[in-house]
Design a protein around this ligand. Structure first.
Ligand code: ADP
Ligand code: ASP
Ligand code: MG
Length: 440
């Protein structure tokens, strides 16, 4: 069986939902993972934000507006009277629940409950639409099988077992619809897989059922060689290895949630990226195959904090780095980039939740400098570090202030740390000289 995932834009309008219906009705049984309609998750987060800051009236105003938008969509999507009544009842139930949340005290658990409603809405509506069109579909409630453990990792044994149990409980269908993004946590509270998490849901399910392939359908024809939001003339890449795709996703290519590749790479289950609005385009195939050498794609990750740790005691001392790493370990903070010299270590983190505590601990053993608003620009390609053109980087970026370079940590990745304000220009310059074949 294959797993198909459709993102917010793909289920964001009547026309696109119709297009999704055409794509999934190819005669093969499949699991279809859906995101919330585009914009809904942001709206739900804004409602949670109003509740957190004691603006219940603003929250109720937003809830009512969203309710109206959904009723307009249902009106256009579902003509069958009985089905339409059923969907309206379900949707009203959700909006009543949201209103009741405005009387509750804010907590992260409440926010997670609020934000989960987007995927519950889209899947119920879409499943009813398929029923109206005479398609044998069944809704699989993701909260019955999707679970993360206390380290926020998918609990694969639980998911495998409960996915099968959930499927057995539903009528035998050709198409199984389920919610992306949402899950239960180890305390049995509603949680989620972080923003963009529906991609991750798709590959987790793909791994759980040993799928033949996972297809991620979005609003662009595959992974491009640079970020199309900032750079013109980007091009789709037809093939990527799991390693290359994992680096690009982790280092900011928004088309994939950072963890998307992880669940399926061990079993070699291919991921195909496709465009819902242009299904004929090849898109991108992510698999075990490795192809051409050199820079294939560039991505950038924002909100990076750089920490410089300077200590005269580091000179010829062993055990210093161990102490530094232990501090990050204590505050469960992952380090992305690291460079060292005789008297200083520079490293970067993207989760600054515990920054103050980390800095306070580090200050006991060294002098600390912190720079916020940094971005990692990452150049990815099989054996990129060995490629003969790599030297060009220094020529291309001679006017850009590079704060750190990570070269050779992996054969497939060169990372540069720059000020976020220089990011767009850096991406554009690299595109121009590396991909548009202009010689320096
Ligand atoms: P969905 O809602 O379908 O999950 P996303 O908005 O999460 O879609 O991801 C698709 C978007 O990712 C594209 O519209 C594009 O703007 C952005 N994007 C950023 N970097 C890349 C890249 N390297 N290749 C393709 N798309 C990218
Ligand atoms: N709806 C969620 C979000 O907007 C998950 C997703 O779209 O993948 O982040
Ligand atoms: Mg996405």
């Amino acid at each position: 069986m294959k797993v198909f995932k459709f993102g917010g834009t793909s289920v964001g309008s009547i026309e696109n939902m119709n297009q999704v219906k055409n794509i999934i009705t190819d005669g093969n049984k499949k699991v279809v993972v859906l995101s919330a309609m585009s914009g809904t998750t942001n709206q739900l987060l804004a409602i949670a934000h109003d509740i957190e800051h004691n603006f219940p009236n603003e929250a109720i105003d937003k809830i009512n507006k969203l309710h109206e938008t959904y009723f307009t969509t249902i009106h256009k999507l579902i003509q069958n009277k009985a089905l339409s009544e059923d969907v309206k009842n379900y949707v009203s139930g959700i909006f009543n629940l949201l209103v009741s949340c405005t009387y509750e005290t804010f907590s992260k658990t409440l926010e997670n409950k609020i934000v989960a409603q987007g995927e519950l809405l889209s899947t119920y509506m879409f499943n009813s639409y398929l029923k109206q069109e005479g398609i044998a579909s069944a809704l699989l409630p993701a909260l019955n099988f999707m679970r993360i453990d206390s380290f926020n990792e998918p609990d694969m044994a639980y998911i495998e077992k409960h996915f099968q149990l959930t499927i057995q409980k539903t009528e035998n269908a050709q198409i199984y619809i389920t919610q992306g993004f949402i899950c239960m946590d180890s305390n049995d509270s509603i949680s989620n897989l972080q923003r963009g998490g529906s991609d991750y849901t798709a590959t987790i399910i793909g791994a759980a059922i040993k799928a033949e392939e996972v297809q991620i359908w979005t609003d662009i024809d595959g992974m491009h060689n640079n970020d199309p939001r900032y750079v013109e003339n980007t091009k789709p890449i037809s093939n990527l290895s799991f390693d290359e795709a994992a680096e690009l996703a982790y280092f900011g290519a928004k088309i994939l949630h950072p963890q998307t590749v992880t669940p399926v790479r061990v079993d070699g289950i291919p991921i195909r990226l496709k465009n819902t609005m242009n299904p004929e385009a090849f898109g991108t195939l992510i698999s075990n195959e490795t192809s051409i050498h050199g820079v294939k794609a560039i991505a950038a990750k924002d909100n990076i904090t750089a920490i410089k740790i300077k200590s005269a005691r580091m000179l010829q001392a062993h055990g210093f780095l161990k102490k530094v790493f232990e501090i990050f370990e204590t505050y469960t903070t992952a380090i992305d980039m690291i460079t060292t010299s005789e008297v200083a270590v520079s490293l970067t983190i993207d989760d600054d939740t515990n920054l103050e505590k980390i800095v306070a601990e580090l200050e006991k053993i060294a002098t600390i400098e912190v720079d916020k608003n940094q971005s990692i620009v990452c150049l990815v390609g099989h054996s990129v570090v060995k490629h003969q053109d790599t030297y060009k980087l220094f020529q291309i970026l001679q006017d850009v202030k590079i704060r750190m370079i990570s070269y050779g940590g992996s054969n497939n990745n060169i990372s540069l740390l720059i000020d976020t304000k220089d990011k767009i220009l850096t991406l554009q310059k690299l595109n121009f000289y590396l991909f548009e074949l202009v010689t320096l």
